[in-house]
Design a protein around this ligand. Structure first.
Ligand code: DX5
Ligand code: ZN
Length: 218
């Protein structure tokens, strides 16, 4: 059975009850809590900042997987680290100095991730591979929940898996993940799955279990 980590995205949660929602997905079997940070500039939407991550931190002991869709990103990394993020992921497209951003994250004692938009080739990873704990493959154009999965990303995941070789780097996929799309990305090499609308659209426990079970035979 494929060992898959499910990271519900709180972008699809009720923002008026975020602490309660985080406790609910924790109890429902989430492995990680995925936090989408958007700046209205790098992506066409605005969400939350480090103050919300800090406020949510006491509500769960699970990994806080913080996805920064902001540019510039470097000035804000320390605030998210102090707020209690465990994984901090930056976008390869967000600035000229990806290598520096990754060094900053690890120097703060956090796991470092890089995310690629659907149109960004995996070759940008080549010279930063040894600074990475996680690669977040966007399978929608970031900005909003509830968009359709882009099938071409399955081939990208396969190529990234080959590039990783025997390094200890997690491939996480974000966007349009549900029990129909999850098996393809897991078969390609993903081991962490972000899911927003697919989890928050019904009973959280049932929805998380359904995604997990869809990959069980792989
Ligand atoms: C998109 C975000 C995703 C989003 C996923 O910009 O990074 O994490 O919430 O939502 P679904 O699972 O609904 O595509
Ligand atoms: Zn995300």
């Amino acid at each position: 059975m494929a060992d898959v980590l499910i990271a519900p995205s709180i972008l699809s949660a009720d923002f008026a009850r975020l602490g309660e929602e985080v406790r609910a997905i924790d109890t429902a079997g989430a492995d990680w809590i995925h936090v989408d940070v958007m700046d209205g500039h790098f992506v066409p939407n605005l969400t939350i900042g480090p103050g919300v991550v800090k406020a949510l931190r006491p509500h769960t002991k699970k990994v806080m997987d913080v996805h920064l869709m902001i540019a510039p990103v470097d000035p804000y990394i320390p605030a998210f680290a102090e707020a209690g993020a465990d994984i901090i992921t930056v976008h390869a497209e967000a600035g000229a100095h990806l290598d520096r951003s990754l060094q900053v994250i690890r120097a703060l004692g956090k796991k470092a991730g890089v995310s690629l938009n659907p149109g960004t080739p995996e070759s940008v990873l080549e010279y930063v591979m040894d600074r990475l704990d996680l690669i977040l493959v966007m399978s929608v154009n970031p900005g909003f929940g509830g968009q359709a999965f882009i099938p071409a990303m399955v081939e990208k995941i396969k190529r990234i898996k080959a590039m990783i070789g025997d390094r200890d780097i997690t491939i996480e996929v974000d966007g349009g993940i549900n029990p129909e799309t999850a098996p393809d990305v897991v078969a390609a090499g993903a081991t962490a799955l972000v899911a927003g609308s697919a989890v928050f659209g019904g009973d959280y426990g049932d929805r998380i279990a359904a995604i997990r079970e869809s990959c069980a035979s792989l």
